[in-house]
Ligand binder design. Structure first.
Ligand code: B1M
Length: 215
């Protein structure tokens, strides 16, 4: 598909307005939002990651590419969160303190909203106290954390501990995910659930909230 190839190239070059135009054109051509996301935006970001690993590009290049990915995600958002039902359950989500990576987290947010859940997104760089404060105020049934850096993973453990100390742990399920996170780590910090990607994150969230395992 040349349009998806052009989209990947625009992501790599960090051309946000071009990414927006191409994502819209791909939709007009009848491509599915899933394919545009997977084979265009995420595939472009994967190529960027490979180049970064091989020292071919630098952090500012990734930052510019990330903005381009967000521009594309903005176009796809209404299609990915199309949802007829509204569920009563509230979810609080954020990328943990010290961590600025939000593309994966934002995809998880879209998928959860697509399931009809009421999602409060605390954004990036969220301290354990902020998660706890939000849990106290908003009474979520699920608290979801994302971390992309090995150095920020311990913030997840600290957040679980803070929830325990405030007596909130029994009232809220905890789900974690992100590049370095494993099921073992999830068990170690006594989280309730883990998902390796944004689609499975939506499934896992529904399981934790007690909905039947469908779709
Ligand atoms: Co950074 N970065 N970065 N970075 N960055 C990684 C994560 C890294 C693996 C690159 C590398 O070295 N190969 C590496 C981490 C190494 C490690 O800790 N083991 C790294 C580093 C080192 C850094 C800096 C320290 C670099 C520096 O400054 N020298 C710095 C740290 C800044 C900080 O956070 N304090 C940094 C900065 C940045 C940018 C700001 C430039 C940019 C982020 C911009 C943004 O997000 N708005 C950035 C990016 C883009 C990346 C890579 C290239 C791509 C990440 C991404 O968006 N992928 C990344 C390389 C890589 O991951 N291979 C890298 C696409 C996205 C769809 O996938 O985010 O993995 P991902 O999300 C997945 C799953 O993880 C999962 O679902 C998503 C897809 O299905 N998921 C969840 C995510 N959250 C979930 C939550 C869930 C469930 C699933 O439940 C709650």
């Amino acid at each position: 598909m040349p349009i998806l190839q052009n989209l990947r190239e625009a992501v790599i070059k960090g051309q946000a307005s071009q990414v927006k135009i191409l994502a819209e054109a791909a939709l007009d051509e009848g491509l599915s939002p899933q394919d545009i996301l997977d084979q265009g935006l995420i595939a472009g970001m994967k190529l960027i990651s490979d180049r970064f690993r091989n020292n071919g590009i630098y952090v500012p290049d990734i930052l510019i590419a990330s903005r381009a990915v967000h521009a594309g995600m903005h176009v796809l958002k209404p299609y990915l969160i199309q949802c007829g039902v509204k569920l009563p359950d509230r979810v609080i989500i954020g990328t943990v303190a010290g961590d600025l990576h939000d593309i994966g987290k934002d995809l998880v947010v879209m998928m959860l909203r697509g399931k009809g859940l009421d999602v409060i997104d605390l954004g990036i760089d969220v301290e354990p106290e902020e998660f706890v404060q939000a849990a106290t105020v908003h009474h979520p049934k699920l608290l979801a954390m994302s971390a992309l850096l090995t150095t920020t993973m311990p913030v997840m453990a600290a957040t679980v501990q803070s929830l325990c100390l405030k007596g909130l742990r029994q009232q809220v399920k905890v789900m974690i995910g992100g590049g370095p996170i494993t099921p073992e780590y999830s068990r170690t910090i006594k989280a309730d659930g883990y998902a390796p990607d944004f689609r499975l994150a939506a499934k896992e969230a529904m399981r934790l909230l007690g909905y039947p395992a469908a779709g």
